[in-house]
Design a protein around this ligand. Structure first.
Ligand SMILES: Nc1ncnc2c1ncn2[C@@H]1O[C@H](COP(=O)(O)OP(=O)(O)OP(=O)(O)O)[C@@H](O)[C@H]1O
Length: 272
C-alpha cells in the first residue's frame, strides 16, 4: 500500500450502509498538513456521516481511516482525541457548566480525567476564547447563552484540544456575519501552522473565501475534489443544488456567487 508520508488523515474505500441502504460509497481521500478542506453537498448527501466516520464515531461497513500511518480503529479514545478534534452540528450538554469550564474540557485528552487543569491549560482556554472574540462569555453558564455563542464555545473547546486535525460540521452556521469572517481568519491562521481543517458547509462562498480544497459529495460519493476555483463552477452548483448562479470574480483572486434572477411571479407583476 502506498501511504503519503505527509498525510495526516486518510480514508480508504469508506463505505457505510444503514438499513440496507448505501449512505457512503467508496470514499477515498487524503488530508495533508495545512489544508482547509470544505465539504459541500445537498441535504442528506452524507457529509455528517463522512465526518463521523473520519472521527471514528461510526464504524465503516468497509474501508478504513488512517491517522498518519496508524489505523484509527486501533487508537484508544484518548489517543484519537489527541489527534482529532470535532465540532458537531448539534450541541447538547446536560449540566450548566461555565463557558470557561466547557473550553477546559478540551484539555482532558492531554491531562487525563483525574488531573485538574494546570496553569498552561487555563492560559490556553483564555487564548482561544480571545481568538474567537468570546472572552466576555467565560463566566457565563453554557446553558444560558445563545445558539451561536454555544457554537463558538464548542469551537473554542476543539481549538483548546490543540490537535493536528480539526473536523467541523457546519461550524459557520448560526454565527453572525462578523463571527463568520473572524472564524475564517482563525482557521486560516491554524492552517498556516500546518494544522489540517475539514469542515462541511452549505455556503459555497465560505469555501471560495477560505478553503484550499473543496470536496463535493453527491449521493454518498465524491463527485469532485480539487482547488475551489476549479471545483466550484456555476455548473457544479447547478448539479449539486439545482439552482442557477453566476460566479463573480472579485479582487485578490476571490470570487463569489449570486443567484440568477428567477422569473417574477405573474400575480406580483400584475399588481404593479
Ligand atoms: N442513524 C441513521 N439511520 C439511518 N439513516 C441515517 C442515519 N443518519 C443519517 N442517515 C441517512 O444518511 C443520509 C446522509 O445523512 P447525513 O446526515 O450524513 O447527510 P448530510 O449531508 O450531513 O445532510 P445535512 O446537510 O442535511 O446535514 C441521509 O439520507 C440520512 O437520512
Amino acid at each position: 500500500m502506498n501511504c503519503d508520508p505527509d498525510s495526516l488523515l486518510r480514508a480508504e474505500g469508506l463505505t457505510f450502509d444503514r438499513q440496507g441502504r448505501a449512505i457512503l460509497r467508496g470514499v477515498d481521500l487524503t488530508i495533508g498538513p495545512g489544508e482547509i478542506v470544505a465539504l459541500l453537498g445537498a441535504n442528506g448527501a452524507g457529509k455528517t456521516t463522512l465526518l463521523r466516520l473520519l472521527m471514528g464515531f461510526l464504524k465503516p461497513s468497509s474501508g478504513r481511516v488512517l491517522v498518519g500511518k496508524t489505523a484509527l480503529a486501533t487508537l484508544s479514545a484518548r489517543e484519537s482525541a489527541q489527534q482529532l478534534a470535532y465540532v458537531a452540528q448539534v450541541h447538547t450538554i446536560a449540566f450548566p457548566y461555565l463557558v470557561r469550564d466547557v473550553v477546559l474540557l478540551g484539555r482532558l485528552p492531554r491531562n487525563g480525567l483525574l488531573h485538574a487543569p494546570k496553569d498552561a491549560d487555563h492560559v490556553m482556554a483564555q487564548t482561544v476564547l480571545e481568538q474567537l472574540g468570546i472572552s466576555h462569555l467565560a463566566e457565563r453558564p453554557y446553558s444560558e447563552i445563545s445558539g451561536g455563542e454555544r457554537q463558538l464555545t464548542m469551537i473554542a473547546r476543539a481549538l483548546a484540544q490543540a490537535t493536528p486535525v480539526l473536523i467541523m460540521d457546519e461550524p459557520l452556521s448560526g454565527l453572525d456575519y462578523g463571527y463568520q469572517i473572524r472564524l475564517i481568519d482563525q482557521l486560516e491562521h491554524l492552517a498556516s501552522e500546518r494544522r489540517s481543517l475539514v469542515m462541511s458547509t452549505h455556503h459555497p462562498e465560505h469555501a471560495l473565501w477560505s478553503a484550499t480544497r473543496v470536496i463535493l459529495l453527491r449521493d454518498g460519493m465524491i463527485e469532485a475534489d480539487g482547488p475551489p476555483e476549479d471545483v466550484l463552477t456555476a455548473q457544479a452548483i447547478r448539479r449539486l443544488y439545482d439552482v442557477d448562479v453566476l460566479r463573480l470574480e472579485g479582487p485578490e483572486g476571490r470570487s463569489t456567487f449570486l443567484p440568477k434572477r428567477r422569473q417574477r411571479i405573474a400575480s406580483v407583476d400584475a399588481a404593479e
